[in-house]
Design a protein around this ligand. Structure first.
Ligand SMILES: *Cc1c(COP(=O)(O)O)cnc(C)c1O
Length: 348
């Protein structure tokens, strides 16, 4: 590997220094001060002050839980904002390119379009693993980001550790490992390898296992040098006060999160067992996530039949390698029982 952060940072970003807001210039040490520096309304209502642009209280908890430093963390308005910031920090429009591995999360492609950056798609193998030979062929000197979603959406499986290691070792750009579903997986997070790979970025989110999709909190984990570059272009108040408060409350209650995850995993097994008995289901793919991808006889027909019974699943039939597949998110026990009853009624 011949990775050099300077070589892959956009020229205009190299010259920037982060916007210094009032809340950056004077950091409260906890003593009672009179704050007349940010043109805020002084009457207290819980949100009359600007939020901490560096979300220090939340980062302190996250750093301790993940065994890393605050300097390894950047937070965003969902991981979707974090992913967008990566394009804007590292990819020169109309010049650079990224590599994605379909079938995978749709936002990488959407963001490449928005940012006018070429998206080179390299299909997964039929075993839903990255195709190293084809990825290597697709890489050139303008390839800045390689997106690896593991566990992968919509297939549900984790990618082989050896394959990811080989990509980390051989690629001179940034390897972005999207761990949105890591809390449902028995695989270890790549966060523990941050010190080993200067080109590694891990993204996580509170939207899935943590049950907080509505507050929009995404997590970017990388070397302090990479985090410093992204901090230069981050909107100063991208994570609002309500989100910071709610996130602190939730991540501080690991027991509640673990109880829900355990229930979802148990329910996933129940749903898998049922799907095996359904006549029109031909394949149930292995999953490390809170959803199950299943191949059926006619995905669009089955999707519509479930809709008629008031059940909305995701039809993935138009995705490459996913012909006639449906994606079932694991719900509560009651919700899953409704799906099971519906599937059995249709299975004759
Ligand atoms: C759901 C999902 C996310 C979550 O994005 P947020 O913006 O944090 O809600 C990220 N990546 C993948 C692969 C997902 O499926």
């Amino acid at each position: 590997m011949n990775f050099n952060l300077k070589n892959i940072t956009r020229e205009n970003v190299k010259g920037l220094s982060p916007y210094s807001s009032a809340r950056d210039e004077y950091v409260s040490d906890g003593s009672t001060m009179v704050f007349l520096d940010a043109n805020e309304n002084p009457f207290e209502n819980g949100v009359n002050r600007y939020p901490d642009p560096q979300q220090r209280s939340l980062k302190t908890i996250l750093a301790a839980q993940k065994g890393i430093k605050e300097e390894n963390i950047l937070l965003g308005n969902g991981s979707d904002e974090v992913l967008d910031l990566l394009f804007r920090a590292f990819c020169e429009p109309k010049q650079d390119n990224i590599i994605t591995l379909p079938p995978t999360y749709g936002m990488y492609k959407v963001l490449s379009g928005i940012n006018l950056v070429e998206n080179r798609e390299v299909l997964l193998t039929t075993a839903f693993q990255p195709n190293i030979a084809e990825i290597t062929k697709a890489i050139d000197e303008h390839t800045k980001l390689l997106f690896i979603c593991s566990p992968n959406n919509p297939t549900g499986n984790s990618f082989s550790t050896a394959i990811i290691e080989e990509l980390l070792n051989s690629f001179n750009g940034l390897v972005v490992i999207d761990e949105a579903y890591i809390d449902f997986s028995s695989e270890e997070s790549w966060t523990s390898k941050l010190a080993d790979y200067p080109n590694l970025i891990v993204t996580q989110t509170l939207s899935k296992a943590y049950g907080m999709a509505g507050i929009r909190l995404g997590i970017c984990l990388a070397s302090p040098e990479i985090i410093a570059v992204i901090n230069k272009i981050k909107p100063p108040y991208n994570v609002n006060q309500l989100t910071q408060d709610k996130a602190i409350e939730r991540v501080s209650d690991q027991k509640a999160v673990q109880t829900e995850v355990a229930s979802i995993l148990e329910e996933r097994e129940k749903l898998m067992e049922t799907l095996k008995t359904i006549s029109f289901v031909s394949t149930i793919y292995p999953t490390d996530a809170n959803f199950i991808l299943a191949k059926v006889d006619d995905a669009t027909r089955r999707y519509n039949q479930l809709l008629e019974k008031g059940i909305v699943v995701r039809n993935r039939t138009t995705q490459p390698l996913c012909e006639n597949t449906l994606r079932f998110t694991v719900g509560t026990s009651e919700e899953n029982n409704i799906v099971i009853t519906a599937l059995r009624a249709l299975s004759n």
